[in-house]
Unconditional design. Structure first.
Length: 350
């Protein structure tokens, strides 16, 4: 049994101070201003047109948070700040953190949301601020490249020729899949504004001849032709259960016989109290999307079964589920063969 929290730990959870200090420093671009140099508060305040006294307090706090160093009254970046918080760094993640800062006011309305059940937003920030959306997608692409390769290996795509990545963002998974399997071709379906980033990523990867893009709204528009595999990666939590069930049915209609639907998301355990990060993420989704929520793998698998998928399996706990579209066979012997293949596929997919 896990130990109970101490009072000090409860206070630590309740303090949002360090979070806002870091987000403010990123918005002020303090780390880029300190790139390759050390500065006194006075010099830095003059260069950035900031108040010296207030800046000094923030700088000292950032030292205590181990993001900056201080020596003889001068401040400098730590190695982690140089790598991830300086804008010219190829590993800069500040855009993603600025997104969190833009959602600050929504979090401030959590009490009102819990009382009313109504989200404070009507559009995701990616829709209201396309430039921020593009910057965040670029960061997520860099972070997700390793996981894309891992996913490609888990799914064993040797026999797959055509993949549709629905809501595929910057094309991270499509690129990883095509690199891992030279025979494979992919299509990334997403909003037109998002696909501007996707096309750049595909071009940089040199895969224009194997990865196509398809603009549209996956809830209202056709998904194109037939595919051997349809991927829904980190899509479900932006929608409600009804929309997700309909999307699963649509994916079924666009799969070839023996085709697969793979859903990758941040799933909750059946009692919805773990994993801890996902329980907090579920609250984040509550206040930052109009209808989004986190689901269990059991719910996603039920949508698949109702849509007609067979051999529905959980490939990775709380992360990946898969369903297979078996061909319809009317005779009894055919049905027996179908069941046999279904069982074999279910086992081999694990």
């Amino acid at each position: 049994m896990p130990r109970e929290l101490s009072l000090a730990e409860i206070f630590q959870i309740g303090y949002y101070w360090e979070t806002k200090i870091l987000l403010t420093a990123i918005k002020l671009d303090l780390f880029s201003a300190l790139d390759g140099r050390s500065d006194s508060p006075s010099d830095l305040a003059k260069r950035l047109s900031l108040d010296e006294r207030a800046l000094s307090l923030v700088l000292n706090a950032l030292v205590a948070m181990r993001v900056l160093t201080k020596h003889e009254g001068r401040f400098a970046n730590t190695s982690v700040a140089r790598k991830h918080l300086v804008k010219v760094s190829p590993d800069y993640v500040g855009h993603l953190l600025v997104l969190h800062d833009s959602e600050w006011m929504n979090w401030g309305k959590l009490e009102e949301t819990v009382r009313s059940g109504v989200s404070p937003v009507r559009q995701h920030v990616f829709e209201t601020d396309p430039e921020m959306g593009a910057n965040v997608l670029a960061v997520l692409d860099r972070i997700g490249r390793g996981s894309g390769v891992t996913l490609a290996k888990v799914l064993q795509l040797d026999g797959v020729e055509q993949v549709l990545d629905v809501g595929g963002g910057a094309g991270t998974n499509a690129i990883a899949f095509c690199r891992e399997y030279p025979h494979l071709r992919a299509t990334v379906f997403d909003l037109p504004s998002t696909l501007q980033v996707t096309e750049r990523s595909i071009k940089e990867a040199g895969l224009e001849d194997r990865i196509a893009v398809m603009p549209g709204n996956f809830n209202t528009d056709s998904l194109g032709g037939l595919y051997d595999l349809v991927l829904l990666s980190d899509v479900l939590h932006y929608q409600d259960a009804q929309a997700n069930a309909a999307l699963v049915r649509k994916a079924f209609a666009h799969l070839t016989d023996e085709g697969r639907l793979v859903i990758k998301d941040r799933f909750l355990d059946p009692d919805r109290t773990s994993p801890a990060w996902t329980t907090a993420f579920a609250v984040h989704i509550l206040v930052n999307t109009e209808e989004g929520q986190c689901f269990t793998t059991q719910e996603a698998m039920e949508w698949m079964i109702r849509a007609g998928f067979t051999s529905v399996t959980e490939l990775e706990p709380r992360a990946i589920v898969q369903g297979i579209k078996e061909p319809l066979i009317s005779c009894d012997s055919g049905m027996q063969g179908k069941a046999s293949r279904s069982e074999t596929r279910g086992l081999s997919s694990r």
